[in-house]
Design a protein around this ligand. Structure first.
Ligand SMILES: Nc1ncnc2c1ncn2[C@@H]1O[C@H](COP(=O)(O)OP(=O)(O)OP(=O)(O)O)[C@@H](O)[C@H]1O
Ligand SMILES: Nc1ncnc2c1ncn2[C@@H]1O[C@H](COP(=O)(O)OP(=O)(O)OP(=O)(O)O)[C@@H](O)[C@H]1O
Ligand SMILES: [Mg+2]
Ligand SMILES: [Mg+2]
Lengths: 222, 183, 183, 222
């Protein structure tokens, strides 16, 4: 799975529709102070489901909608979309994945035989019949072919907020809930507050955190 | 569960504090350590028969010790601004090595670094491009050079951000982006 | 007491937010404001007969509003990293103007600034040298040039700091200090 | 009054005696990461009476004593001295100062006549006879001639800490207390936590503080 494109429209200082494509492995973003670079980072966090307006440097969530400038009126909607390439996995990667899933299951079964309470609850024993058409089972089958559990070569997630406070999420232009966005990126290391987004001035946040807070980052990467 | 955490912990520790780990790469030497700190509940700590503390994998916090080359081991708080940033980048890259995400955003993580450390930072990021995409926001010319593609954000119309594509030589000494035709 | 605070508040506000104030100097325009925020106790706010709130000089907090040129007025939290640093420097210099101390220490306050803002920052510091000494720690070449005297700190012997006198052309591109004879 | 020189010995990474003179109006300090630049700032805060080891980036106060390096043993004492030029004030400055003091006294007397409780307590009314030889009265007389209330063209303050935890302050090589150091710099804007020392990474601390915390900075400058 690869990050392909970010589209901002009416989000913070990006009044006009702006596309940023990521064709290369390292993309630099430059420009003078106050021009809107960190607003791009806020946009990525926001579309991935960020719920705290304070962590987007605002007082309330509607502060992300373009609030006007010397020459323009405020806008009524903010929209951010993130597009990923989601090709079919190659046979080798598929095989490696299946082996990993099998090993994880064996490990969990071994733990549940030992009788430790926290492992047993997590694995449905082989005897239980599982309905093959529940969303999570389709998810698992599709997950088996592509990195993201959507059966399409490109996946676009979008978030919109209107000035009246109403908002919506979309996956490939179909309405979705925040939970669907979160499920989509489960276990990929991608997320609004994941270790993979380092905000301005927060590079040493992980070092300054308490030992237990650091532990949650390790757990996320487990 | 317990085993997954233990595996990840061991992997990240190796990537961070090992002989060829990220800490030594970024500092050009020195030594680092990640330790589990058992959370001591009101009772006493439990010990094995040989005296070493029982590590409760599910309850312990994580402690980091960093020893830049030629210096005594320091707790994190005594490191300098630049040393802290480099240690943090080393830790982040170690986590990344054990579980790569498809992209990583770094917003001016090089602000406190001197030029020698910016150089080492860029070389390390380059080594991760096989697994992930990096989006790097910076004011350092050296970091701009390490990017394969460069976008400028300008506010020619005051208060409204626009994206322009730039070549590195268009970025003036004052960070402003000159128009291509002004070359 | 009340009157001294009131006088200082009015002086600092003038130095910060006035037409020729520090904010406009550092941002090359725009507008700023410092307001007293009456601390509302459990009862209602008191009002004058004309409706304006009674300012309790001894109890109010201080609120800062900053409006970079061409932008809508923003609360401090919505400013960018560089805009915050410039606003903070403007406020510091305004307090300095109203009550100069004989020296001021600035440890890498220019870290988040682009080159154009580093330039404006240096020019403002220069205007205060009639009253005070400045000790400025920096990695920015432009700021090094603005210093009248430059000291390098090195750790040729690992872990032990030594002070050396340097000329600006001895500071290499990587921040390391070359020996004078290596010129 | 002018800052003339800083001397460090055994303080943090400055194992050898190091002098930094400030002959010019703007002194730059440069060098690679971790070489000891911010330790100079810590030294200035420390000699001016900083009491929190945490704000000196240590766990306990003895962390400021050189703790050893690859090639050196730890030391047993840390010493920092700060030297100020303290010339006699010119007649014009003297006259301006006296006028200012007189105005301040009149203002306070006016407040105490109005009967407002906080002003009365601050001014000894003209009728009360004051003993001319108490330290504070000598202080006032000396203050009238030089910026710092020490009758000498140079004033050096020094702070020492020994590994056994004992410590001392000195003013012009005579033992003093922390209170004496604080009194020395009363109303000059100089102090360990004054607005005139901006630590690394804390440039926007004043902006991020609460409105009431900002107020204390304004009060300091009053
Ligand atoms: N809703 C909004 N509408 C319009 N402008 C906004 C909105 N929210 C924030 N801004 C503007 O965006 C600017 C901040 O942009 P940003 O933080 O991205 O700058 P930056 O390029 O990261 O700068 P620096 O290099 O200083 O970090 C502020 O000046 C603010 O006025
Ligand atoms: N008591 C001590 N004894 C010896 N060394 C010490 C002591 N306390 C701190 N240090 C060392 O001082 C170094 C930090 O120095 P300092 O913070 O001054 O660096 P700096 O020059 O400001 O760097 P940067 O440019 O990264 O901010 C640390 O590496 C630390 O090991
Ligand atoms: Mg920014
Ligand atoms: Mg420093």
């Amino acid at each position: 799975m690869r990050l392909a494109k970010l589209t901002l429209f009416g989000f913070k200082s990006f009044a006009d529709k702006t596309e940023i494509t990521f064709d290369e492995a390292i993309t630099g973003i430059v420009g003078p102070n106050g021009c809107g670079k960190s607003n791009v980072v806020d946009a990525i966090k926001w579309v991935l489901g960020e719920r705290s307006s304070k962590s987007l440097r605002g007082q309330e969530m509607i502060d992300v909608i373009f609030a006007g400038s010397a020459g323009r009126a405020p806008m009524n909607m903010a929209s951010v979309a993130l597009t990923f390439d989601n090709p079919e996995l190659s046979p080798e990667v598929l095989a490696a994945r299946e082996a990993q899933m099998r090993q994880a299951q064996l490990l969990q079964q071994a733990e549940s035989i030992e009788g430790s309470p926290d492992a047993g609850a997590q694995v449905a024993g082989p005897a239980e019949a599982v309905d093959p058409n529940t969303p999570s089972m389709i998810d698992a089958r599709v997950r088996a072919r592509r990195a993201l559990p959507v059966d399409s070569p490109q996946v676009e997630i979008e978030r919109r907020l209107y000035r009246d406070g109403s908002s919506e999420y979309l996956i490939n232009s179909r309405k979705a809930r925040l939970k669907d966005i979160r499920d989509l990126f489960l276990d990929t290391g991608v997320g609004a507050d994941a270790y993979s987004i380092i905000e301005q001035g927060k590079v040493d946040a992980m070092l300054l955190a308490s030992p237990m807070e650091r532990r949650t980052v390790f757990e996320e990467a487990a | 569960s317990r085993d997954r955490f233990r595996q990840t912990f061991e992997k990240v520790t190796e990537h961070f504090a090992g002989q060829d780990g990220m800490f030594r790469k970024l500092f050009g030497g020195g030594k680092a350590e990640i330790r589990l700190m058992p959370v001591v509940r009101d009772g006493a700590e439990q010990f094995h028969s040989d005296g070493s503390p029982v590590t409760d994998w599910l309850e312990s916090g994580i402690e980091i010790i960093a020893k830049p080359p030629g210096k005594e081991p320091r707790s994190i708080s005594q490191l300098s601004g630049g040393e802290k940033a480099m240690t943090a980048v080393a830790l982040l890259m170690s986590i990344f090595r054990s579980k790569p995400a498809c992209f990583c955003v770094l917003d001016e993580v090089d602000a406190a670094l001197d030029d020698a450390n910016v150089d080492r930072f860029c070389r390390v990021v380059e080594q991760f491009t096989d697994q992930s995409h990096f989006i790097v926001i910076t004011h350092h010319k050296r970091t701009m050079h390490s990017a394969h593609q460069l976008y400028g954000v300008t506010m020619q119309e005051r208060g409204v951000s626009k994206r322009v594509s730039v070549k590195i030589d268009q970025v003036g000494p004052d960070g402003k982006i000159r128009e291509p035709q002004e070359q």
